[in-house]
Write a protein that binds this ligand. Structure first.
Ligand SMILES: Cc1cc2nc3c(=O)[nH]c(=O)nc-3n(C[C@H](O)[C@H](O)[C@H](O)COP(=O)(O)OP(=O)(O)OC[C@H]3O[C@@H](n4cnc5c(N)ncnc54)[C@H](O)[C@@H]3O)c2cc1C
Length: 493
């Protein structure tokens, strides 16, 4: 008889695991708290405008080729590479810097502020690329059963990379470049990992390599939600059942195995194998009541910043905005020192703006733009009251208008704001943290919540807060790792 698998959560992690397992004859059911599948990779349709709710671009697209291939289908996604990858506005400077993947063009962009840029960046990326290539399979693409095994694997990494562990990302860019602006641009990625570049180890400069050399950044034609739609289509064809508006709140009985889980309406669900795509740390604390993941312990962990997101349908075309735009405020060091623990809204916020209607005519009515704004803010441990959301949104909208010379406020057709509280409530994101657990050295590899449960033999985890980490391609890799575990335990491989 087919083994029954229940996946709790239909984020990219849950969906990717389902598509992989579906090829091997499991009887799969997905239970999702939200009203639509996709988790953070979701969609908002409002007044004729379509917005990507969360992710708006990705790197390492080959992981999606591998995902679909592993399920026996050709990748149906139509991807488009971005070049320029994004543009960066600095406060007080009228024109943004365009970040081209073509390093000769990029050198031209920086010629006034960073002489000899091309040589410098080639050297910087060469080092980051060597580190990426020497560690990707060992650290990112492996399952670890214990810390000893992890350290044994790490010992295979060439010793020349050791200094990377002891330097910060900032010191790495500081060594490579003289311009403050160039240093800031290449260290911004640290914030996504859950710390400032002044605290993030320089190993993560490998992300600059993946962005500028290896695979670049890509968007999906028809919107990022197309990823979810295509996977769901395949799953439905294969008989996978997806129940939305179904939140697992309790487990019931066990004898070394987790056989039954219960939803918010008291309905009981049984399975041979259970995979949690709910946050791997907070699920252990809140649903399994594990002492090591109680609220006090979870609050002591390092979490990525929370999203404050604004979705605007605007009449008119805004020339100063491209597909991906970063707007930086004053005094980078002060911002970095304060942002993770602020208890009030930032006065001089740094934020990201995505306008997919620039390249996708169906995302907005003719002559209009769909503007998605993401302002990373402290999580709910530090700022729990969001009554001032309109004030923060207005200050950001005013700022974009000033910097682009287009009066957005006057042309708004539709608007929606999601605060960290909304993100927490919709998707069970712990304290509203947008990307889940941070990636400091004590929270990666064997130190990250494992993808196999410590007590229940048939409970597994997939997604941003288990191995290897956060972001769309990492979550796809996470589904590969957990599928390998399940099939090995099941004697299939
Ligand atoms: C605003 C924002 C922008 C981002 N931008 C990018 C980007 O541009 N590029 C990129 O690569 N990454 C980006 N990310 C990160 C990326 O979205 C995540 O790393 C990834 O989507 C996480 O997928 P997941 O499957 O681990 O979790 P999720 O997407 O959170 O899925 C988990 C699912 O489980 C459900 N769930 C939770 N608890 C329960 C329960 N008890 N019962 C039932 N269901 C439950 C949730 O509702 C959710 O649907 C962004 C994230 C945010 C928030």
């Amino acid at each position: 008889m087919k083994k029954k698998v229940i996946i709790i959560g239909s984020g990219l992690g849950g969906l990717s695991t389902a598509i992989r397992l579906s090829k091997h004859g499991y009887d799969i059911t997905i239970l999702e708290k939200h009203s639509t599948p996709g988790g953070r990779l979701n969609i908002i349709n409002q007044d004729g405008f379509r917005f990507d709710m969360g992710p708006s671009f990705m790197s390492m697209t080959f992981e999606f080729d591998e995902l679909f291939e592993s399920a026996g289908v050709k990748n149906p996604l139509r991807m488009e590479e971005l070049d320029p990858i994004y543009q960066v506005y600095f406060e007080g400077k009228q024109d943004p810097y365009k970040i081209f993947k073509d390093l000769k063009l990029l050198a031209k962009e920086f010629e006034a502020i960073e002489p000899d840029f091309e040589n410098k960046i080639e050297k910087y990326l060469k080092r980051a690329g060597e580190f990426f290539n020497d560690t990707e399979n060992i650290v990112v693409k492996s399952n670890f059963d214990n810390k000893l095994q992890y350290f044994l694997e790490l010992s295979k990494v060439p010793k020349k990379h050791l200094p990377y562990l002891f330097r910060t990302m900032w010191s790495e860019v500081d060594k490579a470049f003289t311009s403050e602006e160039v240093k800031i641009i290449f260290s911004l990625v640290a914030f996504f990992l859950g710390a400032t570049p002044f605290k993030t180890p320089s190993i993560y400069s490998l992300l600059n390599y993946t962005e500028l050399k290896y695979n670049g950044y890509w968007r999906v034609k028809g919107g990022m939600y197309n990823i979810v739609e295509e996977i769901v289509k395949i799953l439905k064809d294969r008989g996978v059942k997806i129940y939305t508006d179904t939140e697992i709140v309790k487990i019931n009985n066990y004898n070394g195995k987790l056989n039954e889980i219960e939803d918010q309406n008291g309905k009981k669900w049984k399975a041979d194998i259970i995979v949690s795509n709910s946050d791997a740390a907070s699920f252990r604390g809140k649903i399994l009541n594990r002492k090591n993941y109680g609220t006090a312990k979870l609050d002591k962990m390092n979490w990525t910043l929370a999203p404050f997101t604004i979705y605007l349908g605007v009449k008119g075309k805004i020339n100063g905005l491209d597909h991906h735009n970063y707007f930086l405020g004053k005094d980078f060091k002060k911002y970095a020192d304060e942002i993770f623990t602020l208890t009030v809204s930032p006065e001089n916020p740094y934020y990201y703006v995505n306008v997919s209607s620039k390249y996708d005519s169906e995302a907005a009515p003719e002559g209009c733009e769909n503007i998605f704004i993401l302002c990373p803010v402290p999580d709910l441990r530090y700022k729990s009251n969001w009554d001032d959301k309109e004030k923060l949104a207005s200050s950001i909208i005013r700022d974009i208008s000033t910097r682009t010379g287009f009066d957005i406020e006057k042309n708004i057709i539709t608007k929606k704001i999601l605060t960290p509280k909304d993100w927490e409530g919709k998707l069970n994101l712990y304290r509203g943290s947008g990307l889940g657990l941070a990636h400091n050295l004590t929270q990666v590899g064997a130190f990250r919540p494992n993808n196999k449960d410590e007590n229940f033999k048939n409970l597994y985890y997939v997604g941003a807060s288990t191995t290897p980490g956060t972001g769309l391609p990492m979550v796809v890799i996470s589904s590969k790792l957990v599928t390998e575990r399940i099939m090995k335990d099941d004697g299939i491989i």
